[in-house]
Design a protein around this ligand. Structure first.
Ligand SMILES: *[C@@H]1O[C@H](CO)[C@@H](O)[C@H](O)[C@H]1NC(C)=O
Ligand SMILES: *[C@@H]1O[C@H](CO)[C@@H](O)[C@H](O)[C@H]1NC(C)=O
Ligand SMILES: *[C@@H]1O[C@H](CO)[C@@H](O)[C@H](O)[C@H]1NC(C)=O
Ligand SMILES: *[C@@H]1O[C@H](CO)[C@@H](O)[C@H](O)[C@H]1NC(C)=O
Ligand SMILES: *[C@@H]1O[C@H](CO)[C@@H](O)[C@H](O)[C@H]1NC(C)=O
Ligand SMILES: *[C@@H]1O[C@H](CO)[C@@H](O)[C@H](O)[C@H]1NC(C)=O
Ligand SMILES: *[C@@H]1O[C@H](CO)[C@@H](O)[C@H](O)[C@H]1NC(C)=O
Ligand SMILES: *[C@@H]1O[C@H](CO)[C@@H](O)[C@H](O)[C@H]1NC(C)=O
Length: 410
């Protein structure tokens, strides 16, 4: 039965392919004719759509045969390719303003955009095939702040960045929409808000915000390292030390470990099989610091993200498991499996210790910097395990500013 039907189809196909050939020949002749006619016509300037202003453009077009929809698709293409927001008035002004300029392509000038997450992740996942850059690429560290409201340690961070080479860092802030964060126009945080969406802690929206920060930061081709920070994070070294540590590292610092208890493996769901097995399952703090290669893999993942979104539900905490598990499964070799953001769990309980004004001493900072253990860094041992620390209460700001120049070095 099946074979008979197939043979029949093939026959019909052959028959129709003959008439298709005829039609094609006819079409080729027709198009050639039109082309000759157009080229000879004195009324049509071959370059009219590069020289005429937009209004005349439509008039010319209609009289010159091709369907008008073509013009809108050219304009659309010009808009999509261009990142210069003041270049939307049509072809004529685009040509003057060089919409395909390298400037806007290698680093968006304006972080505001209307891309959906899907569109953003697709664009962010594009990787140049050519090894050399046609510009001098100074690798940058992207500082990505995921906050609920304003930044209590804004003053400390501003001091941290003050006087540093602007070609070596970039800042991105994701706040809950509706929160008005009021950065003054002389701050390094001014105009660094990215288009955001609601984040509910403990849900997959937290992972969405992490990926949204990565996606936006990837649009700057000079960003090489990506560090995720919260409003309660502080730097515990100055910028040059942190920059050299991160840029010099061959690996990413993403916490990823196997936790046998119900707070680790206990959160695994059998529905994730066969794609994710229990032995793949990992846990880790969400406050990561990763390299560009890995950031691109993360925004490019749909399959595993979708499994987590579907099956890592309340009391699973996708933000503590998705990246540790995904990176463990495919990019373990790129990962140091530890975080560079210190947190104090020594008190026990579900929440880490929080440092308030009274806790801020020189010794606290020194003990965070070095508690006697060593960590591996590029296959060597180092006493510098942490570059950032959390969780700090807003009241800690003044005492921290007090010790920043002598102890922190900024
Ligand atoms: C377009 O942007 C350029 C610089 O990017 C600026 O010099 C020019 O004034 C802008 N034009 C308009 C119409 O805003
Ligand atoms: C960025 O673009 C948005 C809309 O495209 C515009 O409203 C905003 O003023 C621009 N910001 C800057 C600093 O140019
Ligand atoms: C923003 O901050 C400035 C001073 O830092 C203040 O004058 C202004 O009222 C603030 N605006 C809002 C909307 O909070
Ligand atoms: C910053 O804003 C103030 C008014 O809020 C304005 O007077 C000043 O010129 C602005 N500075 C810059 C560098 O844009
Ligand atoms: C981190 O874990 C991966 C397995 O996920 C392993 O392959 C890799 O060697 C580990 N990295 C270090 C520095 O121990
Ligand atoms: C030092 O810090 C590491 C990482 O937080 C921790 O595992 C270790 O127990 C600490 N050691 C001491 C002596 O406090
Ligand atoms: C690094 O330290 C570990 C112990 O923490 C030790 O076993 C290892 O030999 C050291 N490696 C190097 C290269 O010194
Ligand atoms: C700042 O430090 C000085 C001396 O080290 C001390 O007297 C002062 O109380 C400190 N201020 C705060 C806000 O901690």
């Amino acid at each position: 039965m099946m074979r008979g039907k197939g043979a029949n189809d093939e026959f019909v196909f052959k028959d129709s392919s003959i008439s298709l050939m005829r039609l094609l020949c006819f079409l080729i002749l027709l198009v050639t004719g039109i082309m000759i006619g157009l080229t000879c016509s004195p009324h049509v300037d071959r370059y009219f759509y590069f020289t005429s202003p937009p209004d005349n453009f439509y008039v010319n077009y209609v009289s010159a045969a091709p369907p008008p929809s073509y013009s809108t698709s050219i304009e659309k293409a010009a808009k999509t390719v261009s990142f210069d927001y003041n270049c939307s008035s049509g072809m004529a002004s685009c040509e003057k303003e060089d919409c395909l300029s390298m400037e806007g392509f290698k680093m968006p000038k304006n972080l505001t955009h209307k891309m959906t997450d899907n569109e953003l992740f697709w664009r962010a996942s594009l990787v140049p095939n050519k090894a050399e850059y046609p510009f001098e690429r100074v690798p940058k560290v992207a500082f990505m702040f995921m906050t609920r409201g304003p930044l209590p340690f804004l003053k400390l961070w501003e001091r941290f960045f003050k006087g540093q080479d602007v070609n070596k860092y970039s800042i991105y802030v994701h706040t809950n929409p509706g929160v008005r964060v009021n950065f003054s126009n002389y701050s390094v945080f001014y105009n660094r808000l990215i288009p955001s969406q609601d984040v509910r802690w403990g849900t997959v929206t937290l992972v969405d915000a992490e990926r949204r920060l990565l996606g936006n930061a990837l649009l700057d081709f000079s960003n090489e390292r990506f560090v995720l920070l919260s409003e309660s994070c502080i730097p515990i070294y100055n910028f040059p030390i942190i920059y050299n540590y991160l840029i010099g590292s061959t690996q990413s610092f993403l916490d990823s470990y196997d936790e046998p208890s119900r707070y680790g493996r206990g959160r695994y769901s059998r529905h994730m099989k066969p794609d994710i097995k229990l032995r793949d399952w990992r846990k880790g703090s969400q406050w990561f610091e990763i390299q560009r290669t890995l950031a691109i893999k993360i925004v490019s993942d749909t399959r595993y993200y979708t499994i987590f979104k579907r099956h890592c539900l309340p009391s699973c905490y996708p933000d503590e498991h998705y990246l540790p598990t995904f990176v463990n499964m495919f990019y373990g070799a790129l990962n140091a499996n530890r975080t560079v953001t210190y947190v104090d769990w020594s008190l026990g309980g579900p929440h880490p210790a929080r440092f308030e004004a009274k806790d801020i001493t020189k010794n606290l900072i020194l003990s965070i910097r070095n508690n006697g253990t060593t960590c591996s860094y590029n296959q060597k041992n180092t006493s510098i395990c942490f570059l950032f620390a959390r969780k700090f209460h807003p009241s800690a700001l003044d005492p921290l500013l007090n010790i920043s120049s002598t102890l922190l070095g900024f």
